[in-house]
Design a protein around this ligand. Structure first.
Ligand code: GLY
Ligand code: MN
Ligand code: MN
Length: 454
């Protein structure tokens, strides 16, 4: 199966090439609209500048402006610019320094090149001659720490335009973006399969991480976010990114939250494994059923806030069935017990950014929708639309910092503290898939990728 499926992560992938032209047309349309509303004639999108560590000549890993990445699969091209004027072919000012200290970007090559008027420059000051002369008619979109990189453009990241671009980007993915994201799902799934095998061999977190990077062919700096590779109680630290070099004396559980990246588009996948303990295996199975129940409710028109609140009700059921709590679902919800066990949101939009833009946007004007009261960490509060890509990631953890807050309140008597003690050494459980919203139902990019690979 693996041999016949598309695992070409390069920018020569013909399937992506066939989808790219329509993507650029859509990006042009979004910019036409944004420019018109912003009262400007040209959009200048800056890829970004390398950032130096304090008092050092080393730079942090380069992360390109996501707006730039949305135009072209150029995630490693600092100090470059796209210049878009409605009705004209987009211009790409491609910075290729004469530099023998560092690798320099090669000659433009790949399915994207024919969609740009490419101007190669070797010095930053050469950029100026490729920008529209009337700088006052330009808007610049990008992170400008040094005025020099704005080349006299005053209107930087005007809210009107940025809101329009963000709203469109979060509301649906183009066919090309979906192609990248399906590949990113496969890339992540390759890593997860290798990591699960490394866990079953009893390897420490660091070695599991290496197995993941090897299988995905990702260097650390290319990962969409820092891998969470958590054995035993480390699984209860939501963003655990330490990597222990030694295996634990008693290996009980493994939570892995790790993604893949293709042309700047991310997958964001979590799985949890038991090392044989029956009760923990049963709890994972219950959470798996719960997660699939929530996924089955994803469709256009559903309010994601309702999905989040529904998940809390399901979590209450798992807490009762597993003996971790008692007293009925309503009490567990109202007394904050489910929030102590699942303190994060049920998911978020996904795309160029792992927590993609526009999760709170009510419309393109920038009005926002608040999360439900008592649920401040929910990052997506919108009614789902066809074409959105988002995560569904319920979790259940033993986080003493939160559970201790229940003591001395009416919630204390609802929690079975000896069951909590028994679960603590296993850390927690999260199961996370990436789904594309359809009119009725969804496409599960993650489960499809695993199915294709196994
Ligand atoms: N990996 C970060 C998240 O799941 O949101
Ligand atoms: Mn996520
Ligand atoms: Mn995740």
């Amino acid at each position: 199966m693996i041999r016949t499926m598309n695992l070409d992560f390069s920018d020569r992938n013909p399937e992506l090439g066939a989808l790219y032209g329509a993507h650029v047309e859509e990006i042009c349309r979004r910019h036409d609209h944004a420019l018109e509303r912003a009262g400007a004639s040209h959009a200048v999108i800056f890829s970004g500048a390398p950032k130096y560590a304090f008092l050092d000549d080393n730079t942090y890993p380069f992360r390109a402006n996501p707006h730039f990445v949305g135009w072209a699969p150029l995630i490693r091209l600092p100090l470059s610019y796209i210049v878009y004027t409605p009705g004209e072919i987009p211009r790409l000012v491609y910075y290729q320094p004469h530099d023998y200290w560092h690798p320099v970007p090669g000659s433009p090559d790949g399915y994207w090149t024919s969609h740009f008027d490419i101007r190669i420059v070797h010095e930053v000051e050469e950029v100026a001659s490729h920008l529209p002369e009337s700088r006052e008619k330009c808007i610049l979109i990008g992170e400008v720490d040094d005025d020099y990189h704005a080349f006299g453009i005053d209107r930087i990241n005007p809210t009107t335009a940025v809101n329009i671009l963000h709203y469109a980007r979060g509301s649906s993915k183009t066919g090309y973006e979906l192609g990248c994201m399906r590949l990113a799902a496969r890339r992540g799934a390759l890593g997860h399969i290798a990591a699960a095998a490394a866990f079953s061999e009893g390897l420490p977190e660091f070695a599991i991480h290496q197995a993941y990077c090897e299988a995905t062919s990702h260097a650390d700096s290319e990962l969409p976010y820092s891998n969470i590779i958590a054995l035993n109680e480390n699984g209860a630290i939501l963003h655990y990114t330490d990597l222990e070099r030694e295996p634990p004396a008693d290996l009980r559980s493994f939570l892995i939250d790790a993604g893949g990246q293709v042309h700047g588009y991310a997958s964001d996948i979590t799985r949890t494994y038991s090392n044989g303990d029956e009760r923990f295996s049963d709890l994972i199975a219950q959470m798996e059923t719960l997660q699939q129940d929530v996924v089955s409710r994803v469709r256009a028109g559903v309010d994601y806030r309702d999905l989040h609140l529904h998940t809390h009700r399901l979590i209450a059921g798992v807490l009762i069935d597993s003996g971790l709590a008692s007293g009925g679902a309503d009490a567990l919800l109202s007394e904050g017990v489910t929030s102590a066990f699942m303190p994060h949101g049920i998911g978020h939009l996904l795309g160029i950014q792992v927590h993609d833009v526009a999760g709170f946007m009510e419309n393109e004007s920038g009005a926002t929708i608040d999360p439900p009261s008592g649920h401040p960490y929910l990052r997506l509060t919108r009614v789902l639309e066809e074409g959105m890509v988002l995560t569904i990631e319920p979790g259940l953890y033993i986080i003493d910092l939160l559970l201790d807050d229940l003591r001395g309140s009416p919630a204390e008597s609802l929690v079975n503290w000896s069951a909590v003690d028994a679960l603590r050494p296993f850390g927690g459980i999260r199961i996370e898939d990436n789904v594309r919203v359809r009119a009725s139902g969804c496409e599960n990019l993650t489960r499809d990728a695993f199915a294709e690979l196994q």
